[in-house]
Design a protein around this ligand. Sequence first.
Ligand SMILES: *Cc1c(COP(=O)(O)O)cnc(C)c1O
Length: 395
Amino acid sequence: MTQTRPCWVEIHTRSFEENYRFLTGLAAPDVELLAVVKADAYGHGLALCAPAAMRAGARWLGVTSVEEGVAARAACPAARVLVIGGVYPGQGVDLVRHQLTPVVWDPVQIDELESAVRSVGDKALSVHLEIDTGMSRQGVDSQGLTQILQRFGHDSPLRLEGVMTHLFAADEADGRVTDDQLRRTGDFINQIEAAGIHADLLNVGNSAALLAGQAPVIAALAARHEMKALMRPGLALYGIASSYYPPFASAPPPSLLESNRKLKPVLSWKSQVTSVRSVPTGTVVGYNGTFVAIEPMRLALIAVGYADGLDRRLGNRFSLLVRGNKAPLIGRVSMDQAVLDVTDIPDVCAGDDVIILGQQDGERISVFDHAEAAGTIPWEIFTRIGSRVRRVETQ
Ligand SMILES: *Cc1c(COP(=O)(O)O)cnc(C)c1O
């Protein structure tokens, strides 16, 4: 099909590559980066972003599931692919066949993987063990650790390559929770070493940790245990610098100031005007007539709705860009369409581009603007952009 409904995102893969290289600089010299491309590369399209990460020098990709891992393997035959969300019963064989690297923390996962490795006939499988240093989500606690470590004996086909944990408050400016998590991480590693097991990689830290300047701290912890550090940025790769709570007061870390300058948004989300109509005073607009014209108006119908990921809560309280001007969304956002007030914007006509997220003629709508209006966070805005919205690579 050559022409489709005009609602698409443009993915600037060169910016993605530049962001990756910039973050490598923040991590240097002692920390390697794993590019997190879970959830279809944060809605940006795995097939575009995973190869861009490889071009920029990444060796590791991170995905949520075995399914996503299979897609990453197809896009990047040479990558190491970490399956962050664990392996579910029945998925072990697919994981082994596609040479994915699982995160494990539960004996049930180890059972599944051992039998998969044996049934495929491979000799060994590298795994990363997640430890729970405070988030109470995934990860083994220090009591469960002893039992798990017994599963890495000489007769096991599983090799403990990495120790992983997730910093769940790296966006808190005072850093106290993170300090505490890193201290606990050290305790876990001591316990692992005491069991006679050495892991090569210490796999810790998201975008917020990297931008706040934690790379040297994590590298030092790794070095104390003769390990190498691996950090896992996601959002920053897509060009978004984390916000911190409360915001850094007088002296934000230099790495954050530099990130704010250097990171470039990768995604623009666009649609077009379908038709324009003039309406008299008293006209009601959209479901339930939540908007009533109190003067004659010009309305533009546009091809984007909540099924494309445009939050329904934005109706009557957000603007999009047309011809470089802010045009208010009026009435309720429908499933597949929405209406803009273009009364004050001259010459708007069918076929005009509409910027939902991105910039036009010096005006910009950011993912933070969407997140604030919808009462959520940038991650959710990106990952809700619908699968029917085409992802188009631009240079
Ligand atoms: C999503 C995720 C990341 C990346 O987080 P960002 O905040 O987007 O950088 C890192 N580690 C784990 C375990 C994740 O689930």
